[in-house]
Design a binder for this molecule. Structure first.
Ligand SMILES: C[S@@+](CC[C@H](N)C(=O)[O-])C[C@H]1O[C@@H](n2cnc3c(N)ncnc32)[C@H](O)[C@@H]1O
Length: 367
C-alpha cells in the first residue's frame, strides 16, 4: 500500500482514538475516580490465557491497582509518579500520537523494521504510552498477542479494551521481568531518559525473547542535541541542550541516544545488529509532499516536546523556575520556526537473539 494511503488510514484511526479518548475521559473522569471498564479478561478468557501459562499476562491486565492511581500535577502538567520526567496528560498523549505517525512515515507505513515470521506472534511493547503502536500491531494480526506495558496509565489503554489481543499492563521495566512465555519481538520506543541502566533492560529482553526473536529500540534525542540549526553554538537551542544534559547527569538518567549504540546490544548477546539513522526535516522547508508533511509533523512534535521534556528535569534538578523554563522554550520555539532547514535525528536499533550457539558464532554482529 503506498505510504500516503496507509498513512491516511492510520492517521484517521489515531484521530478516532483521540476523539474517543476525549469522550471517554470526560464521561468517566479517568484518573480521578472510577477506571472502568476493567481490562481484565473474563474468566473464560482468563482460563484461555492460563493455558499458555502466562501468569504475568493474566495479572497484568487487571486494572484493580489502576483505580488507586494518583497522578501528580506540577506546573500545570500531569505526571505518573515522582521520578519519571515526562508528563502523561492530554497534551503529551496528543504529541505521542503525532510521533507515532512520524514513525509510520519513516517506515513507509510499516510498524517495525524486523521480520515477524510466527503465525501467532507474542509481542511486548515496553513503555507503550497511549498504546498507538501496540494497538496498530494488534490490529495487523488478530492472531498476535500484544502486551503493552507501562508505568503509567494513558486514557487510550483503559478505554480501548475492544481489542481482545492487546493487553495493557502496569509494570516498571526496570524491575525484574516475570513473563512466563518468551516473545517474538520486544519493542521499545521513546524511552530515552527512562532508565538509569539500559544494560539491565537489554539483558532482560534477551532472556525473554524466543531464539530468533528480535528487539527493536527507537528514539529521537530529547536533549535537543541532535537537532541542527545554523549557528547552533550560539543558539537558545544549545542553552536548552546543555541545561538538559546537566539535569540528566544530575538525575543519573541519560537522556540522549547513547542507548542506541550497537555494542549495547552485542554485549547482551544479540546478533545481526542494525542501526538505522535518519535525519528528518523539521519545518516546512522540504520541496516534496512527503518531506513537507514529515517536516510539519516533526516541527509540531518538537515544539510540543520542548516543555514536556524539560519542565520537570530543569525545575527539579537545576536552578530553573517554571517561568524561566517556559521562557527558554518560547525562545527555542521562535528559533526553530525562523531557522533555515532545521533537521532532527531519529534512530532505530535492532538485534536478533541467536537461534543457536553456532548461529551466534557465525554471525557478523554488525553491519
Ligand atoms: C515518550 S513515551 C513513549 C510512548 C510510546 N512508546 C510511543 O512511542 O508512543 C515513554 C513512555 O515510557 C513509559 N515509561 C517510563 N519509564 C518506564 C519504566 N521504567 N517502565 C515502563 N515504562 C516506562 C512512560 O510512562 C511513557 O509512557
Amino acid at each position: 500500500m503506498p505510504w500516503t494511503e496507509h498513512h491516511a488510514k492510520s492517521l484517521q484511526e489515531t484521530l478516532s482514538r483521540m476523539v474517543a479518548r476525549e469522550e471517554c475521559a470526560s464521561s468517566r473522569h479517568l484518573y480521578e475516580h472510577d477506571i472502568s471498564p476493567d481490562p481484565e479478561p473474563s474468566s473464560e478468557e482468563e482460563s484461555e490465557t492460563d493455558s499458555d501459562g502466562d501468569i504475568s499476562l493474566r495479572n497484568s491486565t487487571r486494572s484493580g491497582s489502576a483505580q488507586n492511581i494518583e497522578h501528580i500535577v506540577e506546573n500545570n502538567r500531569r505526571y505518573c509518579n515522582e521520578t519519571y520526567y515526562m508528563p502523561n496528560d492530554e497534551a503529551e498523549q496528543t504529541r505521542l500520537n503525532i510521533i507515532h505517525q512520524i514513525y509510520l512515515i519513516l517506515l513507509d507505513g510499516e510498524l517495525t523494521t524486523v521480520p515477524i515470521t510466527s503465525d501467532s506472534p507474542r509481542i511486548l511493547d515496553i513503555g507503550t504510552g497511549p498504546g498507538d503502536w501496540a494497538i496498530d500491531m494488534g490490529g495487523l494480526d488478530p492472531n498476535s498477542t500484544i502486551i503493552a506495558s507501562d508505568i503509567s496509565i494513558f486514557d487510550t489503554g483503559i478505554c480501548h479494551i475492544d481489542m481482545p489481543n492487546v493487553f495493557f499492563q502496569l509494570c516498571d521495566a526496570s524491575d525484574e521481568w516475570e513473563y512466563h512465555e518468551p516473545f517474538d519481538l520486544i519493542h521499545i520506543r521513546g524511552l530515552s531518559g527512562a532508565f538509569r541502566d539500559w544494560s539491565h533492560i537489554y539483558n532482560q529482553a534477551f532472556k525473554h525473547l524466543k531464539p530468533g526473536g528480535y528487539i527493536e529500540v527507537s528514539d529521537c534525542d530529547p536533549a535537543g542535541d541532535s537537532v541542527e540549526v545554523e549557528n547552533s553554538d550560539d543558539s537558545y537551542l544549545s542553552i536548552y541542550a546543555s541545561a538538559m544534559r546537566s539535569a540528566a547527569d544530575a538525575a543519573g538518567y541519560p537522556r540522549d541516544l547513547s542507548h542506541l549504540r550497537r555494542t549495547s546490544l552485542s554485549e547482551a548477546g544479540f546478533v545481526d545488529i542494525k542501526l538505522y539513522d535518519r535525519r528528518v526535516p523539521v519545518g516546512l522547508w522540504p520541496d516534496d509532499v512527503q518531506g513537507k508533511t514529515l517536516g510539519k509533523m516533526t516541527l509540531i512534535a518538537f515544539l510540543e516536546g520542548l516543555e514536556a521534556y524539560s519542565l520537570r528535569p530543569l525545575t527539579a534538578t537545576s536552578n530553573w523556575t517554571a517561568d524561566e523554563v517556559q521562557d527558554l522554550c518560547d525562545k527555542v520555539k521562535d528559533e526553530l520556526i525562523s531557522a533555515n532547514k532545521v533537521t532532527g535525528r531519529f534512530q532505530t536499533l535492532t538485534g536478533r537473539k541467536p537461534e543457536s550457539t553456532q548461529d551466534e558464532n557465525n554471525m557478523d554482529t554488525t553491519f
